[in-house]
Ligand binder design. Structure first.
Ligand code: GLA
Length: 391
């Protein structure tokens, strides 16, 4: 039975009627432009064919009742319970409940009406794996409330409200990339976003290659602390560089030559973090030209360079991610491999020639298991549409 059918059955069991609608919002991979969205840089993600799904219907109750099938838990929330992060019976919100509650909070802050609903949701985006499972839940709830509310916001506006929910309600200081990709994804296309102007366009991925996601199975707990700390290092670098370059508003405004000239003035660790950002933004610009010219070879090389930079300069990799990347890069047909998302565990993304793909998947799984003793989950994914009404 597929997920939508299962959700519809559970909706009927819990609420006595079939759902009025079903929405889906995808997770994402990022091909290039890692840890640059919060530096006003350029990113190159794609929404993927794994998503959060919600089956829902309006209710006359004054609150929304949400059932998380993956956790086998329910939570009821309303405008009144939001400030205390509790449910209507005053018990604390479970962690998963922070995402829909955050979305409700961001909508109400923007003076957008939120109609109470009964909802059942589940996701096949692995959690904590760097594939933006939380952004996909946020974008799915945003679309569900839009569908019931009779208002319509452009996808980018929904993404921005989702980011606000995550920054200000959930408490993770993320950039715009994940919510953007989940809201704006386009089937079979990569998305190139300018995180300063929020202008974006699609880029083609040649149809001779596929995207392979390889999950190390490793999940790091400290992620949000480390993430916020990387962000703070970039802000500090900007502040220090402004002494010589007063026009600089973020690392986006520093070019490679200027950076090389001034890097010695920065404390070593801050300098390494900033060098990653400056060079990574440069790589995304080169990648745009490579993709437009159909040069997968060069694009893959840029992905490989990105991994080295995340490992040695930004220091957000881990031994398992490095092992997965090294093995992938040694296999025939692999153009590029690197960690994807925030890092510290989770998944790698690989660009692989269609002709070699089966052997690639098998050899990568075997090689990783014999090196680490862990059995990885490896799958071919494709670029999918952003959040949409399914039924
Ligand atoms: C997480 C954040 C994004 C982005 C990436 C790193 O996924 O949510 O905003 O910063 O890390 O590129």
């Amino acid at each position: 039975m597929d997920l939508i059918e299962r959700l519809s059955i559970i909706h009927r069991e819990r609420f006595g009627i079939p759902p009025l609608h079903v929405v889906r919002a995808p997770g994402r991979i990022n091909l290039l432009g890692e840890h640059v969205d919060y530096n006003d840089g350029f990113v190159l993600p794609a929404a993927i064919d794994r998503a959060a799904y919600i089956a829902f219907s309006p209710t006359t109750a004054p609150h929304s009742t949400l059932e998380a099938v993956d956790f086998d838990q329910q939570a009821s929330i309303s405008a009144e319970t939001l400030p205390t992060k509790t449910q209507i019976d005053a018990s604390p919100l479970p962690e998963w409940g922070l995402y829909p509650a955050g979305v409700m909070w961001a909508l109400l802050e923007a003076k957008i009406p939120v109609m109470p609903m009964n909802a059942v949701f589940a996701s096949n985006v692995p959690r904590g794996a760097g594939l933006s499972s939380s952004a996909s839940v946020e974008m799915a709830f945003m679309l569900a409330w839009q569908t019931l509310g009779g208002w319509e916001l452009p996808p980018m506006q929904r993404a921005l409200l989702g980011q606000k929910a995550e920054n200000r309600y959930v408490g993770v200081n993320c950039g715009i990339m994940d919510q953007f990709a989940s809201a704006c994804g386009v089937e079979n296309k990569l998305l190139l976003l300018d995180c300063r102007s929020l202008e974006w366009k699609t880029l083609p991925l040649p149809d001779t290659v596929s995207i392979v996601v390889a999950d190390t199975g490793v999940r790091r707990k400290l992620t949000s602390g480390e993430y916020n700390n990387r962000r703070a290092a970039c802000e500090e670098a900007t502040r220090l560089l402004q002494r010589d370059l007063p026009h600089v508003k973020s690392l986006r405004d520093v070019n490679a030559e200027e950076f090389d000239r001034l890097a010695k003035k920065l404390p070593e660790e801050i300098g390494k973090r900033a060098r990653h950002v400056v060079e990574e933004i440069g790589r995304v610009k080169q990648a745009e030209a490579s993709l437009e010219a159909g040069d997968v070879g060069n694009f893959g090389r840029l992905m490989n360079e990105c991994h080295v930079s995340l490992r040695d300069l930004y220091e957000v990799s881990c031994p398992e991610l490095d092992a997965m990347v090294e093995i992938a890069q040694s296999l025939e047909g692999c153009y590029g491999a690197r960690l994807t998302g925030a890092g510290f565990g989770g998944c790698t993304v690989n660009l692989v020639s269609n002709e070699k793909i089966e052997a690639f998947v098998q050899k990568l799984a075997k090689g990783y298991e014999s090196k680490t003793g862990l059995r990885p989950e490896i799958y071919i994914t494709r670029a999918a549409n952003g959040a949409e009404l399914v039924e």
